[in-house]
Design a protein around this ligand. Structure first.
Ligand code: OMP
Length: 314
């Protein structure tokens, strides 16, 4: 089951960090871009190959330190079919390295359309009776705005293929409250979504009192996160917003339970482009080592605080 595999990896690696694979072309080291343009041209193929080369080295540099990666599909999709090919190859390589892959695709539509999304990213695609994997991912992010019939379609594949999903509950962006914090019937909208997620979570429980139905909870709203931990006791939290968006170890600590489980913390820019930081000791040729070092630093920050609070999961 997805959540059990996740917890096993977390314990083995003593890490609850997810590296967000969000390749931004202008931040990829120049030597990689130039080589790729020389070979393929300054076009979609050239860009997609540069991304692939960059991701390979990042994965090689951090795979033994973390339980999962989270490629955000937008950063690939913008380079068309060639970009999606890099997304697919990236997911596959990460899995080969023993990592769980959370496809950040934020899907959700009417039931029948969600079914097609689910076939693509969680289940298998049917071609005249042949069942084929389109994108190799272990879990995805899901947008709950359309309600239960949308979530139901993803749920089927989560059960059938032992996959997972993280439903957007309280997002990290500055205006997330504009809709998510509105009140309806005495509750905030995000609390109502949390209730829905909690109900779904009961259908796919693993061995550690957690479910493969998780929630996205932004690191930038620590008060709400504390409340949500109570409202969704069986859902693993995927927590983005650490580092580049301002979230710190203190801000995410209440996402964990008393055992130090219950949350995986994502950081993308701060790790991938650590070599560019002002006082970085690494040159662009060593971007992989810089990323590895950034993961180790984040691990120290989070595990250090967990230990201080007696929430030692390892
Ligand atoms: O679902 C997500 O992962 C997500 C939800 C959210 O509320 N906020 C958020 O930043 N994200 C994603 O998390 C990543 C954050 O990237 P950094 O800010 O560079 O660490 C991006 O891929 C975002 O798309």
């Amino acid at each position: 089951m997805f959540v059990d595999r996740l917890i096993q990896q977390i314990k083995e690696k003593k890490s609850n960090i997810v590296v967000g694979l969000d390749p931004r072309l202008d931040m990829i080291p120049k030597h990689i871009r130039e080589k790729s343009y020389r070979m393929y041209g300054k076009n979609l193929r050239g860009a997609a190959e540069a991304i692939w080369t960059f991701n390979k080295e990042i994965i090689e540099s951090v795979y033994d330190l973390i339980p999962a990666v989270k490629p955000q599909i937008a950063f690939y999709e913008q380079y068309g079919l060639e970009g999606l090919e890099s997304y697919q190859k990236t997911c596959r390589l990460a899995q080969e390295k023993g990592l769980l892959v959370i496809g950040d695709v934020k899907r959700g539509d009417i039931g029948t359309t969600s079914k097609a999304y689910s076939d693509a990213h969680l289940g298998l695609t049917d071609v005249e009776g042949e069942r084929i994997e389109a994108f190799p991912t272990d879990a995805i992010t899901v947008n709950p705005y359309l309600g239960d019939d949308c979530l139901k379609e993803f749920m089927k594949d989560i059960v059938d293929y032992e996959k997972g999903m993280f439903v957007l509950v309280k997002t990290s962006n500055p205006t997330s409250g504009q809709l998510q914090d509105l009140e309806a019937g005495g509750k905030r909208i995000y609390e109502i979504v949390a209730h829905l997620v909690h109900q779904w979570s009961r259908e796919m429980m693993g061995a550690h009192q957690y479910s493969s139905v998780g929630a996205v909870v932004g690191a930038t709203y620590p008060e709400q996160a504390k409340n949500l931990r109570r409202l969704m006791p069986t859902s693993y939290f995927l927590v983005p917003g650490y580092g580049a968006q301002g979230g710190t170890a203190k801000d995410i600590i209440d996402c964990f339970d008393e055992r130090g489980l219950g949350a995986i913390i994502n950081s993308s820019r701060d790790i991938l482009y650590a070599y560019q930081k002002e006082n970085s000791e690494y040159k662009e040729q060593n971007f992989g080592r810089a990323a590895r070092n950034a993961v180790l630093k984040m691990q120290e920050e989070i595990n250090g605080l967990l230990l201080e609070q007696g929430k030692q999961y390892w």
